[in-house]
Structure formats: structure tokens, C-alpha cells
Design a protein around this ligand. Sequence first.
Ligand SMILES: Nc1nc2c(ncn2[C@@H]2O[C@H](COP(=O)(O)OP(=O)(O)OP(=O)(O)O)[C@@H](O)[C@H]2O)c(=O)[nH]1
Ligand SMILES: [Mg+2]
Length: 280
Amino acid sequence: MSFFKKLKSAISGFVSRDKTVHVGDRDLEDLLIEADFGYTLSSKIASEIGRSDDVITALKEKLESILAPLMKELEVDSSKKPYVIVLSGVNGSGKTTTVAKLAFALKARGYSVSIAACDTFRAAAVDQLSVWATKVGCEIFKAETPKDPASVAFDALRSIKSDVLIIDTAGRLHNNPDLMNELAKLYRVIAKFDAAAPHMNLLVLDATTGQNVIEQVKEFGRIHPISGVIISKIDGGAKGGAIVRVASEFNIPVLGVGTGEHEGDFEAFSVDKFLLDLVE
Ligand SMILES: Nc1nc2c(ncn2[C@@H]2O[C@H](COP(=O)(O)OP(=O)(O)OP(=O)(O)O)[C@@H](O)[C@H]2O)c(=O)[nH]1
Ligand SMILES: [Mg+2]
């Protein structure tokens, strides 16, 4: 059962004999905390709408008002060539798969796309990206001998002819200073080619992660300003509350959602779709 269906059925459990839903603000707060909205946002929403007669509709409207301003289409500025996109995030969040999804989507829009294998920690990571490059049909830049990520990006930027360069990076814990410094170096090298690059700096968040995404946004954003987040694995048992919390705490657009493991499983973020379970 999806996250919102669970939340809705929990709220519906409070239907009284006169058929109105009297959840009460304390109970609603608990339900929202359980759904990963975090304490502050949960108590704020609960105090605002907990006593409404129709809590489900009120909650839907509230969430719409938080999320709607952050819906944004991913767009490439053709005046920047190459248009450089960097994907970062913690281990396993879905970066490499998202690189492939973006390459696939942008190719379909007529752009020529190259990808750079700047996850140089594991040979398997380069192999994984190479398989995607073949599948999606785009050029890949990778080091023949072990190199640091910044050198791979440097070589790619020096020789690229495509409209768009998408850079895959290694998964790293946001509280590991060495790995975060390595990421900072990557951004510095990219900026040597074009001070405005990367033109899009995307943080990939795993929708099933929960509260930790807040720390991830803060710490990755400290290394380089985040242009937008991609929410991966929204098809799984997503903890929707954490996404709402990211939206309410940071003014960062959601530039897409991952809906599966294939290259075509990528969509623009739709608030209506996200909230569908809550109203159906
Ligand atoms: N269901 C589902 N699975 C996804 C999605 N995105 C990625 N995955 C899966 O999540 C796993 C990790 O994806 P990767 O793209 O390798 O993640 P990563 O962030 O590159 O991982 P590291 O490089 O190891 O940090 C793989 O099994 C993917 O198939 C998604 O939107 N939905
Ligand atoms: Mg990867």
C-alpha cells in the first residue's frame, strides 16, 4: 500500500458516527510524524487543519500549497555548450540510473548527450555507466587508467562536442569530509571551463530514505548550490512526508521523479499524481 493510501486510511479511521472525520490535531500530528513529515512540519500542519471537518481534503490542499511552487520542468539552456549537469547524492540513491534516464530524455528532445564516468571509486561503477551509454546510445568519457573524478571531468570538458554533458559521481556520505572535499574539487575544475558551470547541479534523493534527506540537502548544498532535486524510487513504498519536508524547508525545485529501473522511468514531478492516493 502506498504511503498516501496508508495515511488516508489512518485518517479515515477517525470517522465519527455523524460521518465527519474528527481526527483532532494531536492524532493528526502523530500520523504525520509517522509518515516522515518531521516534528515541526507535522505540528504546524496539524494545528492548522487538524480540526477541519474534512481533514483529508484540507490536508490535500495544504500539501498542494507546499508542493506546487516547486514543480519545475528540467530544461536545458542551449546557449551554454556543453550544458553541464552534475548528479550527486549518497550511496545508492539512484545517481547512475538517473544519468541514463536524463540522457535518454534529453536525446529524445533532440540534444546530443555525453556522459562522464566520474565515479572512479569502483571499476564496476564505470562498467555500469558504460552499459547505460550503450543502451541509451550516447558517448561516454571515462579514464583508461585510474584517475581522480576531477581529472575525468577535465578531460571530458576539454574534448566534448555534444550539447549536454551529464556527470555521474560516486555515492558519498554527506558527513564524510574527505569525500565531500573531493566533490568540491570536481566543481572547482568544472568552473575553470565555464564559471557558470555546472549549469545544473542535481541532488538525487531516494524517496524511501525518510528524514535523512534533510541532512543530505543541507550538506550537499554546502559544497555547491543545488539547482534541483530528483526524487528516485517514487514507485517503491515512498516516505512521502520527507519529500514534503524538503519542499517546505528548502526552496529547491523537484526537477523529476524516478519511477522504476529503466531509462524511460522518469517523469516531471506532478503534485496531482503525488497526492492522488490521498483523494481517490
Ligand atoms: N524502483 C526503482 N529503482 C531505482 C530507481 N532509480 C534507481 N533504482 C535502483 O536503485 C539501485 C541503485 O541505483 P544506482 O543508479 O546504481 O544508484 P547510485 O546512486 O548510482 O549508487 P552508487 O553509485 O553506488 O552510490 C539500482 O538497483 C537501481 O536499479 C527508481 O526510480 N525506481
Ligand atoms: Mg552510481
